[in-house]
Write a protein that binds this ligand. Structure first.
Ligand SMILES: Nc1ncnc2c1ncn2[C@@H]1O[C@H](COP(=O)(O)OP(=O)(O)OP(=O)(O)O)[C@@H](O)[C@H]1O
Ligand SMILES: [Mg+2]
Length: 272
């Protein structure tokens, strides 16, 4: 969070322990180097947004953090774990238990109820007793404002509702960190606001988050820090005000103005 609550007693971002630490991250697909030395730190409880043009490497950064991609070189540490040094799939699966990821596509199991979609991983992967997993799932459904959809199936829900179930499913693992990759991009405009509202409340509650988003107003409002990527590099990093209002980089000014203008109606939609 920025600006809005300067008098809270919680430590400022700079005093919080570092949860994610990335240094000189490089990744190539064949001859194509798509990450060209990324440095990024995220403190516990921080919300960091990554913005930038299509193809600039945003999703690739998230996939490296989650060990879905193995970097060519560089260092990634998440909560003390050297992600780049993980060698077996079992180690990567272990890491992914601690990191939630929410994509543009929700990928819910269509044959399972909302409740079962949320409890299946805690029960099967974390061995949480069923009753406890269901209690937690209902609490999370309350948090994403879907208490009335416990027994519904994904096909009976709107896109925005399905995405909120996907967020609850990620939280059900009690992750250290949640990665959001353009989670509102596939939604009808009228359901974007309800999803952003849920993410906003998670961030306010201190969920450490890295968000790739095209919702410029939203990124400005909720982020502690914003990074602008272009062509595999972070070309500027700073406070939301520094990136959105004070950047001297013409490319950033143009990007922020262009997308921000287009999406004005969405960034603050849905009564949030
Ligand atoms: N599996 C892959 N194989 C080869 N090239 C890939 C692969 N995944 C991504 N790339 C390339 O890596 C570059 C970065 O892609 P990435 O998906 O990270 O971009 P992005 O910033 O998330 O873009 P968008 O805003 O469109 O989602 C692009 O040039 C893309 O074509
Ligand atoms: Mg992407």
């Amino acid at each position: 969070m920025t600006g809005e609550a300067p008098f809270l007693m919680s430590p400022s971002p700079s005093e919080r322990p570092i949860l994610v630490d990335i240094a000189d991250l490089r990744l190539s697909f064949g001859a194509n180097e798509v990450l060209k030395g990324i440095d990024l730190t995220v403190a516990r409880g921080e919300a960091v947004s990554i913005i930038g043009p299509s193809g600039s490497g945003k999703s690739t950064i998230l996939r490296c953090i989650n060990a879905l991609l193995v970097p060519s070189s560089g260092r990634i540490t998440v909560n003390g774990v050297r992600v780049d040094a993980l060698r077996t799939e079992a180690e990567r699966i272990e890491l992914r238990k601690r990191i939630g990821i929410v994509f543009q596509q929700f990928n819910l199991f269509p044959h399972l109820s909302v409740l079962d979609n949320i409890t299946i991983a805690p029960i099967r992967i974390l061995n949480v007793p069923k009753a406890e997993a269901e209690r937690h799932a209902k609490e999370l459904l309350d948090r994403v404002r879907l208490s009335d959809k416990v027994a519904a199936y994904p096909g009976q829900l709107s896109g925005g509702q399905q995405q909120r179930v996907a967020i609850a499913r990620a939280l059900a693992m009690r992750p250290d960190l949640v990665l959001f990759d353009e989670v509102t991009s596939a939604l009808d405009p009228e359901t974007v606001g309800e999803v952003l509202s849920v993410i906003r409340s998670l961030v306010r509650d201190g969920m450490t988050s890295i968000l790739v988003t095209h919702e410029m107003r939203f990124a400005e409002e909720i982020s502690d820090k914003v990074l602008f990527t272009e062509n595999g590099r972070i070309v500027e990093e700073g406070s939301p005000a520094a990136i959105f209002h004070r950047s001297q980089n013409p490319r950033i000014r143009q990007f922020v103005r262009g997308l921000g203008g287009e999406r004005d109606d969405l960034g603050h939609g849905g009564g949030i």
